[in-house]
Design a protein around this ligand. Structure first.
Ligand code: SF4
Ligand code: SF4
Length: 275
C-alpha cells in the first residue's frame, strides 16, 4: 500500500513538474568488473577514472545488512552482477519485502541451482550488446529466465543507427525477444558529459549510489575517480538521499550522471556557495 502510494506521488510529481523524479531505490554496484568491454560503457570512460577492477568488494552479509537497514527497493548493477560470487546469497537472504532488479548483460552463464531466480519481487533488466557479447550465452540465459518465469525486459543501446540495430537484433535473437527496447546513446544526450569544457557547478542530486566497497558517491564519475565519497554504509549510518556538492567537473560527468532527479547551477570561479 505504502509502495503504491509512493509510486503515485512520484508519478504526479513527474507529470506536473515535467522533471525526472527519484525512484527511492538503492543502486548497488556489487562489482565494477565486467566480462564485456563495450566501447560506450560509462564506467570505463570517465575522464580521470581509476582501474575499477581494483575496487575492494563488500561481502554478502555486509550488503544484506545495508539493504535491510535502508528498507528500500534495490537495483543491483555494475559491472556485471553475475560475476559477483555471492549474488545468489544476497537475493535469497535479503528482506523478502524488498523488490530487487538486477541489471545484467546476461552473458555470464547461469549455472547450477537456479531456484533463487524465482524469488518474489525479483526482475532482470537485461542489456543486449550485439557487437561485444556472445550471442549463444545470451540466448541460453534468456531460455533459463523464460523457463523459470522470471520477469525480465531487454534493451539495447543505439550506437549504430536504429534501423541497423533492429535488423541485427532480429537476425541474432529471432523471435526469442520480439519486444526489445532501443535506447539512445546517453553520450549524445547530456550536456554534462559533452566534454566541451569543464565548468564549476552546484550539483544537486537525489540518489543512493553505493560503490563496491560500501562508499556512497554523488555520481558514477566520482565513483570511477574514487574521489569525495560520502558515508561508507558498511560502517556508517545513512545520511540523506539528496546531496548537494560544489564540483568543478561539469562537462566531464559520466553520461548517466545527467539522469534522474538532478540539477546543476552554474557558478563563477570565485563562488563558493555553502554545500
Ligand atoms: S556490459 Fe554494461 S557494464 Fe559491461 S562493459 Fe558493457 S556497458 Fe559496461
Ligand atoms: S557535476 Fe555532479 S554529477 Fe557531474 S561530476 Fe560533478 S558531482 Fe558528479
Amino acid at each position: 500500500m505504502k509502495r503504491k502510494l509512493n509510486h503515485l506521488l512520484r508519478y504526479l510529481k513527474k507529470r506536473f513538474s515535467g522533471r525526472q523524479v527519484f525512484d527511492e531505490k538503492v543502486r548497488a554496484y556489487l562489482t565494477l568488473r565486467c566480462n564485456l568491454n563495450c566501447e560506450f560503457c560509462v564506467n570505463n570512460h570517465v575522464d580521470g577514472g581509476k582501474n575499477l577492477t581494483n575496487y575492494s568488494l563488500l561481502g554478502a552479509s555486509e550488503w544484506i545488512r545495508i539493504f535491510n537497514s535502508l528498507e528500500r527497493d534495490i537495483v543491483i548493477t555494475g559491472g556485471e552482477p553475475f560475476l559477483y560470487k555471492e549474488l545468489r546469497n544476497i537475493v535469497q537472504r535479503v528482506n523478502r519485502k524488498l523488490e530487487i532488479t538486477i541489471y545484467s548483460n546476461l552473458t555470464v552463464p547461469i549455472k547450477g541451482d537456479t531456484s533463487w531466480l524465482k524469488r518474489k519481487g525479483l526482475s532482470i533488466y537485461g542489456s543486449y550488446h550485439p557487437l561485444y557479447s556472445n550471442n549463444k550465452a545470451f540466448l541460453e540465459n534468456i531460455k533459463i529466465l523464460k523457463q523459470l518465469n522470471v520477469k525480465f525486459s531487454i534493451h539495447a543501446i543505439d550506437v549504430m543507427g536504429k534501423e541497423k540495430l533492429e535488423h541485427i537484433c532480429k537476425e541474432n535473437l529471432g523471435d526469442e525477444i520480439p519486444d526489445i527496447t532501443i535506447d539512445e546513446d546517453q553520450r549524445e544526450i547530456y550536456d554534462c558529459a559533452s566534454k566541451a569544457s569543464r565548468k564549476k557547478v552546484r550539483c544537486s542530486r537525489k540518489i543512493i549510489l553505493i560503490a563496491p566497497d560500501g562508499n556512497r558517491y554523488q555520481c558514477v564519475s566520482r565513483m570511477a575517480r574514487q574521489v569525495d565519497p560520502f558515508e561508507n554504509l558498511a560502517n556508517e549510518s545513512f545520511t540523506t538521499a539528496r546531496r548537494i556538492v560544489i564540483c568543478n567537473d561539469y562537462g566531464y560527468c559520466a553520461p548517466c550522471d545527467g539522469v534522474g532527479e538532478t540539477s546543476f547551477t552554474f557558478l563563477n570561479e570565485g563562488d563558493n556557495i555553502e554545500k
